[in-house]
Design a protein around this ligand. Structure first.
Ligand SMILES: NC(=O)c1ccc[n+]([C@@H]2O[C@H](COP(=O)([O-])OP(=O)(O)OC[C@H]3O[C@@H](n4cnc5c(N)ncnc54)[C@H](O)[C@@H]3O)[C@@H](O)[C@H]2O)c1
Length: 191
């Protein structure tokens, strides 16, 4: 439905889950896709599934040096970046009492600082290349235990359902939606 022909997309955490579904969907719509992540085996598998326009680059989004290398690699190989999907993340699995400080800091490091570092590294290239789109993927739910029962849809979402929303937001067709927050949560936050 959406045309990403000639676009170059970077998807962090694209080795599995929502990131994998997003990478595959973008590739199906014609984008060149660079998957950035930690799991080299899965990352290379997803890159192969994306076809000849898929590639994988090892990067820890919490490491500024590695993130800068990712940015350099993408520009060297493709000349520009048109779409950045900041998807890499780790799940918080407990409430404030159950979560220790180290886990808390790690979640902030990956889920928040990681988005800052990757965006900071990619944005100058994106602007120089004429602009682009950044889609940040985040979680609205802290307590995984409550997830299935606490939403009108009465089920968890499938990765493809989140990927479809990410691809739509990344497309030129919806270019006037900027700074928007879009929920794909089975009605959790709307009830
Ligand atoms: N699955 C859900 O129900 C859900 C709900 C809301 C939001 N989200 C968000 O969507 C995103 C993806 O979720 P998912 O369920 O597909 O997760 P997942 O755990 O299946 O995949 C996360 C990916 O991020 C990568 N990653 C983790 N730390 C990294 C790091 N430091 N550097 C680079 N890559 C790293 C992992 O290797 C993995 O490929 C996350 O940001 C998550 O918070 C997920």
């Amino acid at each position: 439905m959406f045309d990403f022909t000639g676009k170059v997309a970077v998807v962090t955490g694209g080795e599995q889950g929502i990131g994998r579904a997003t990478a595959l969907a973008l590739a199906r719509q014609g984008a060149s896709v660079v998957i950035g992540g930690l799991d080299d085996v899965s990352g290379n598998e997803v890159a192969s599934e994306c076809g000849e326009k898929g590639s994988y680059f090892h990067v820890d989004v919490t490491r500024a040096d590695e993130v800068r290398e990712l940015s350099r690699h993408v520009v060297e190989r493709f000349g520009r970046v048109s779409v950045l999907v900041n998807n890499a993340g780790i799940h918080a699995i407990g409430n404030a009492v159950e979560t220790d400080e180290e886990q808390w800091r790690r979640v902030l490091d990956v889920n928040v600082t990681g988005i800052f570092l990757v965006t900071k590294a990619i944005l100058p290239q994106m602007i120089e290349g004429g602009g682009g789109v950044v889609v940040n993927v985040a979680s609205e739910a802290g307590l995984l235990k409550q997830l299935e029962t606490s939403r009108p849809a009465n089920r968890l979402g499938a990765p493809d359902e989140s990927a479809a929303a990410i691809v739509a937001l990344a497309s030129d067709d919806i270019g006037y939606a900027t700074g928007a927050v879009f929920s794909v949560d089975g009605g959790l936050t709307a009830q």
